[in-house]
Design a protein around this ligand. Structure first.
Ligand SMILES: Nc1nc2c(ncn2[C@@H]2O[C@H](COP(=O)(O)OP(=O)(O)OP(=O)(O)O)[C@@H](O)[C@H]2O)c(=O)[nH]1
Ligand SMILES: [Mg+2]
Length: 447
């Protein structure tokens, strides 16, 4: 597999290893502009021969917005016909646009993704297209395609219109994580939404502007490559041979398809610096609590249900972690997180010095920003109403009475002098027909 995305985003060296493959068969459907751009990053993940690893489709109203995409083939850029000028940040119109065009879109998704382990619907909350379409597409895939469906979404930076749109769509989406519907054919239950990955744009923009992790990339592309690379690296990790594997089925059944919010953490440990085994174990265990670049404010103690942890070790130093070490880690984590199921694995790669620790957790609760979204939307709405009330406005006061100074002669003479001039019987009828014509074209309603 290629070692970078779009020649700009480096992936970890193990993706190039012999036999490295994508252990998770994932499909991505991007809705609206943000959703399309994130999906484009997944479409940039290629095999050595240039073939795309994951099937990707995007849907958008505005054709101009599709021009920035680098990787999605033209036949998988599906337009919302009838809404070419966009939907103007109105999710109700976005939903309608998707419903009217849904039949073709759903057919293409079915053809391309029916064999996937999971389909990710990808959108950015806040606008009209992605925000309006996300819930109906999740329902449609869950109910009619019978392929597990998850969502990757972004929360907007606080903004009166976008925060409210985002909140209303999240209120509909998040409960689907707990919702089990019954399949009429076999009476079996299925979960509507398997998992939810949240990117908090406010956090990402802030950190990116203060201390960029990668230079020469704008915050949006940075966040898109970040989520695409971490999911892909996990997918490859599950395919690598090892004595202590965490395979794709474990990851799917216990983390990704378990009805929760998914969080990721990744840490590099320089084994030349961390020589003591106890220190190494501490470093590994603390990974999940570390810097989570996508979103923060998770309550790990209260909300974590299950955790996958894989240590990637330099081949020459693979003895640093053996089955015993993994059990020490498991025991220690049991103390720290008593009710959490922990799935451990370890693989090797060609690096000389660095170990990489990956964690993926299934959480039974939302990150802080999402939990506070209602308050945020309400506060912004109130502020805007107050601002409107306090604004100078456009009221210039009532009209000033103007005293008419009347000409004496006019006052003495009554009636229309022209009427009087035209007072022959012939002219009379002509005048009245003219007047009728003028009145017919009058824009103001008759009183
Ligand atoms: N993380 C991330 N967020 C993005 C990206 N592009 C746009 N956004 C954010 O997504 C939010 C919604 O904007 P869009 O995705 O353009 O909205 P849309 O779904 O196309 O809806 P309309 O334009 O109203 O039809 C905004 O808050 C953007 O800042 C991106 O590439 N990455
Ligand atoms: Mg748009």
């Amino acid at each position: 597999m290629q070692q970078n995305i779009d020649q700009v985003w480096p992936l970890e060296g193990f993706v190039q290893q012999k036999n490295a493959d994508s252990g998770l068969k994932m499909g991505f459907v991007g809705l609206g502009q943000g959703g399309s751009k994130i999906t484009d990053a997944f479409a940039g993940i290629k095999r050595i021969n240039g073939e795309q690893v994951y099937p990707c489709i995007i849907v958008n109203s505005n054709k101009g917005d599709m021009n920035d995409l680098k990787n999605i083939p033209a036949r998988f850029r599906l337009p919302l016909i009838g809404y070419e000028t966009g939907v103007g940040k109105d999710p109700d119109i976005g939903r309608k646009a998707f419903e009217e065009n849904g039949s073709t879109i759903f057919e293409v998704i079915g053809e391309e993704m029916k064999d996937c382990n999971i389909i990710f619907v990808v959108n950015s909350m806040g606008g009209g297209t992605g925000t309006g379409a996300v819930n109906i597409l999740v329902d449609a895939i869950a109910d009619f395609l019978h392929v597990p469906v998850a969502v990757i979404t972004t929360l907007p930076r606080p903004n009166q219109v976008e925060s409210l749109n985002a909140y209303n769509a999240m209120v509909e989406l998040a409960p689907k994580l707990n919702e089990i519907r019954t399949n009429e054919e076999d009476d079996n239950g299925y979960r509507v939404l398997q998992s939810l990955v949240i990117l908090d744009n406010e956090k990402i923009v802030k950190e990116h502007s203060e201390a960029p992790e990668v230079k020469n990339l704008t915050w949006d592309l940075y966040s898109n490559y970040k989520v695409a690379s971490i999911l892909h690296e996990w997918s490859v990790l599950t395919s690598l041979e090892s004595a202590f594997t965490l395979d794709a089925a474990d990851l799917l059944n216990h983390i990704i398809l378990a009805g929760g919010v998914i969080t990721f953490a990744k840490k590099k440990i320089n084994l030349e610096e961390v020589t003591n085994n106890e220190d190494l174990i501490n470093e590994i265990i603390s990974t999940y609590k570390g810097r989570n670049v996508l979103a923060n404010g998770f309550d790990y103690e209260k909300d974590m249900r299950s955790l996958a942890l894989v240590v990637v070790l330099p081949r020459d130093r693979k003895d640093r972690i053996n089955q015993d070490t993994l059990e020490v880690i498991r025991t220690r984590m049991k103390v720290e997180l008593p009710n959490v199921d922990v799935y451990l694995g370890s693989v090797t790669y060609g690096s000389k010095t660095n170990a990489i620790v990956y964690t993926m957790a299934n959480m039974g609760g939302l990150p802080e920003r999402a939990r506070n979204l209602r308050t945020e939307a309400e506060t912004l709405k109130k502020l805007s109403e107050e601002r409107e009330k306090a604004a100078s406005g456009f009221d210039m006061g009532g009209k000033i009475e103007k005293k008419q100074i009347l000409n004496t002669r006019a006052r003495l003479t009554s009636g229309n002098p022209f009427d009087q001039v035209a007072a022959t019987s012939e002219n009379d009828s002509q005048l009245s027909s003219n007047r009728n014509r003028v009145i017919k074209n009058n824009p103001f309603p008759k009183r």
